[in-house]
Design a protein around this ligand. Structure first.
Ligand code: PLP
Length: 187
């Protein structure tokens, strides 16, 4: 941007009576939070008291705050992390509380380049215990790019309900990273 454009842009911002130049409130940008809630939970005004939201610095910050919150309140014995997963899940939970055990549940079968849904189900149903946290990638699983089908999500939800596990959805759409990994794996 040339300095003339810079000055002009600044003037336009100053002239706009609707522009808000204040710091954001502690919880973040209210409209962003509403939009995010609507996207994820399809919220109605009646849901307002049942969902709490906070804006964080990127997805890493969201994972960190979520892990810290659960570590300090629920104090799970174990957090279940998909195998494979985004490289930082393990580190973030270790930082939140090193005493919380980090265990893997099978997710991807490298032989057939497909989900290991049975492996995930059998590990979670036989080994996870009440109050454990299960990290689930809501979409665009990193690094495999393979997601559960609706039917499989229902089965995962039932296991969480039956065993009273705490699902932790990490929703991070990473088209680029996922695309690169799939190229490395196969066609
Ligand atoms: C599953 C998952 N969660 C969180 C993140 C972190 O997101 P951000 O780069 O916005 O911190 C990534 C980034 O690749 C990711 O793949």
């Amino acid at each position: 941007m040339t300095s003339t454009n810079h000055v002009q842009a600044k003037q336009e911002l100053l002239n706009d009576p609707t522009a808000n130049h204040e710091h954001l409130p502690i919880l973040g940008h209210a409209e962003l939070l509403d939009g995010a809630q609507k996207l994820v939970f399809d919220t109605t005004p009646e849901d307002a008291n049942t969902i709490a939201s906070i804006q964080t610095i990127a997805g890493t910050g969201a994972n960190h705050l979520g892990a810290l919150f659960l570590a300090k309140t629920i104090r799970p014995r174990t957090v279940w992390i998909s195998d494979p997963t985004w490289i930082n899940h393990e580190e973030i939970w270790k930082l939140a509380d090193p005493d919380i055990k980090r265990q893997k549940y099978p997710y991807f079968n490298k032989e057939i380049l497909d989900l290991d849904f049975e492996g995930a189900m059998s590990t979670l149903s036989s080994m996870a215990g009440e109050g454990d946290v299960v990290i689930l990638h809501g979409c665009a699983h990193n690094p495999t790019g393979r997601d559960f089908t609706k039917e499989q999500w229902r089965a995962i939800a039932s296991i969480c309900e039956q065993k009273r596990l705490i699902p932790f959805f990490d929703l991070a759409y990473q088209g680029f990273a996922t695309g690169v990994w799939m190229k490395m794996l196969g066609p």
